[in-house]
Design a protein around this ligand. Structure first.
Ligand code: UTP
Length: 317
């Protein structure tokens, strides 16, 4: 066999190194049972944080991380999602006619900034099953996954959450998932990872050897919980085809990733970002309050109102 020239080898390496992540998959087809009754008619991903739906935060994070192609996995009763990201010329015309032009930029579609695609998951058979539906769209490329019900707030001055994972993918050319440290009594609520830091220089980057979905004690001593953002190589589809239903009788992405670690390197990055799992009503409330306290238009009044409530009747509030 003919040996490759130095130039050819460099070109091949460059091609590998510059395999960019351009596609993101956002699963948003879950039933949202923890948030009934509102989720009977409103997708939990469309619940507002003041005036912006949760899913818009997720989409904006993807766009800010350089994603140009977003596939949203939807299901029955989720039409509001497609409408929200679509153009709405009638509304824009109405705003223009009624002298409210300044509001147009708030409703102008993010569709100008990236392309949206939709696929329906006929039955909510689990996150793993939702990701399976992305295969025809992503093909043989690595891709990003952002859970549609999870808002990530990066640590001050850090890049958007997904961008941080993309940077690691560029270095490692391997799947990577974000994790955060959770209190012991939260371990049973999340996918948990076990791994080892490869170097003392980056103790927060672990090479994984096992992942377990919602482990019951004492199944693991790890408290590193998957935080809603992933970069996956296409080898995940093979693994998804091989796993069977797991926790909650759902096809679990964590179980497929547990097969993936046996085939190729998979990393976890224990980031500093805050995670809001808005499918949980307490987390949703915390997120709403934090944004209200941060937004210039609402911050002062909400702070004063909360202080007044606490002073008036601390035992009730
Ligand atoms: P969750 O497990 O938090 O969503 O999935 P859920 O099943 O709707 O929640 P509960 O327990 O009933 O309250 C995380 C993300 O994956 C999506 C969800 O829409 C959510 O954005 N998902 C989940 C799917 O797209 N399909 C599924 O079958 C399950």
């Amino acid at each position: 066999m003919e040996a490759m020239s130095t130039n050819e080898t460099t070109a091949k390496n460059d091609m590998m190194q510059h395999h960019r992540i351009t596609k993101a998959v956002i699963p948003a087809a879950g039933m949202g049972t923890r948030f009934l009754p509102v989720t009977k008619s409103i997708p939990k991903e469309m619940l507002p944080i003041i005036d912006k739906p949760v899913l818009q935060f997720v989409v904006e994070e993807a766009i800010a991380s350089g994603i140009k192609d977003i596939l949203i996995i939807t299901g029955r009763g989720k039409q509001a999602i497609e409408n929200h990201f679509d153009f709405n010329p009638e509304l824009e015309y109405f705003l223009e006619r009624s002298g409210k032009e300044t509001l147009i930029e708030h409703v102008r579609a993010l569709a100008e900034k990236c392309q949206f695609f939709y696929v329906r998951q006929n039955e909510p058979l689990g996150l793993g099953d939702a990701i399976k539906h992305a295969q025809p769209h992503v093909g043989n490329e690595p891709f990003a996954v952002l859970l549609g019900d999870t808002i990530i707030e990066p640590h001050v001055n850090n890049p958007p959450g997904l961008q941080q994972l993309i940077d690691i993918y560029q270095q490692k050319q391997a799947s990577v998932v974000s994790v955060h440290r959770v209190p012991d009594d939260w371990i049973q609520r999340y996918g948990i990872v076990e791994g080892k830091a490869e170097s003392e220089v980056s103790p927060d980057l672990l090479r994984l050897h096992r992942l377990i979905e919602k482990p019951q004690p004492p199944a693991t001593s790890s408290n590193l919980a998957i935080a809603g953002r992933y970069i996956l190589t296409p080898a995940i589809f093979d693994c998804l085809a091989r796993v069977e239903s797991g926790f909650g009788n759902e096809l679990q992405l964590t179980d497929a990733m547990n097969l993936l670690v046996q085939k190729e390197a998979v990393y976890a990055f224990a980031w500093q970002a805050k995670r809001y799992d808005i499918g949980d009503s307490v987390e949703y409330t915390k997120c709403f309050i934090e944004y209200a306290l941060r937004r210039p238009e609402t911050a002062q009044i909400v702070r004063e109102h909360m202080q007044q409530l606490l002073n008036e009747s601390p035992e009730v509030v």
